[in-house]
Design a protein around this ligand. Sequence first.
Ligand code: FAD
Ligand code: NAP
Length: 277
Amino acid sequence: MDDTTKSRAAPPAARTPDTQTVTDVRHWSEWLMSFRCTRPASLRFRSGEFVMIGLPGDNGKPILRAYSIASPCWDEELEFYSIKVADGPLTSRLRHIRPGDPLILRPKPVGTLVLDALLPGRRLWLLATGTGFAPFASLLRDPETFERYEQVVMMHTCRTADELAYGRELVADLTRDPLLAEIFGEGIADRVLYYPTTTREQGPRMGRITDNLTSGKAFADMGLPPMDPAVDRAMVCGSLAFNLDVKAVLEGFGLTEGANSDPREFVIEKAFVGEGV
Ligand code: FAD
Ligand code: NAP
């Protein structure tokens, strides 16, 4: 093999109808990244739903995982917000993706974190830890969320402050979003209450979401009354343990869990399947 042959670029990977192209990649911390890709013209989804995405494995078999679509349903591209697990079969590869790379996407969106799975209400609570923020990144950028609710409260908790960066920037950008400003005027900023906290690093606001709700601190800090099933609705996305604990807290306020087929006052989805679960 001569030098010319060695330096020749590898042929582009074969593209199938399920293969999209990465258009943008951002690394937020050692553990977190977001990326955007082309969207198949035929893909319709409801903000908050998830799909299967992946990359080819060593044996050519795709490594596929569930991912919440972080972009809203009107966006012409798709965005995802991802953990980078050191030895994770998918994310140890995904962490190296660059614009122009292929991404496998199985376009069958599903999920319970959708507006239709809740009864009408006045205030929507979005409760997330870690990458559980992803489906809410979609819902926060969907005007329908603000058509249905007067107020949206985004509580996001991570171990450290750098893990809050993606959510913090997204919420700040909402107030500059031309589509939301055109529909709702400048007042949109007052309708989003953002409550980020850390648990393992000192910061301006600290503590678990469960503790801040049960102690009443979150309500006092935001000047809100305690949750009331007549007006408050909630969506929950985190680890299994987080989801179970928040469920108990919400039920303590009198809210009941719903589903697509049975809309009620709150809905839950796992942000990931933990080890041994
Ligand atoms: P895996 O073998 O899948 O996971 C290895 C271990 O890493 C797990 O046992 C768990 O302990 C931990 N882990 C996996 N995912 C996470 C995570 N997101 N946060 C913290 N710890 C984790 N992941 C995302 O990053 N973004 C999403 O939007 C997203 N949406 C999901 C939606 C659903 C409905 C489900 C069930 C999972 C979702 N996940 C999401 C998790 C995702 O499917 C993969 O588990 C993740 O990409 C890691 O894949 P992996 O092959 O590298 O490691
Ligand atoms: P996590 O362990 O679920 O923690 C995320 C946030 O949720 C933390 O602030 C945590 O508070 C809080 N929390 C956890 N359980 C809760 C509960 N039952 N009720 C209320 N709040 C709860 O998620 P993660 O940090 O994204 O890590 C998940 C997995 O990925 C772990 O197995 C971890 O080892 C691995 N991992 C972690 C990091 C990291 O440094 N964040 C990076 C890569 C991989 P507490 O701090 O009080 O627990």
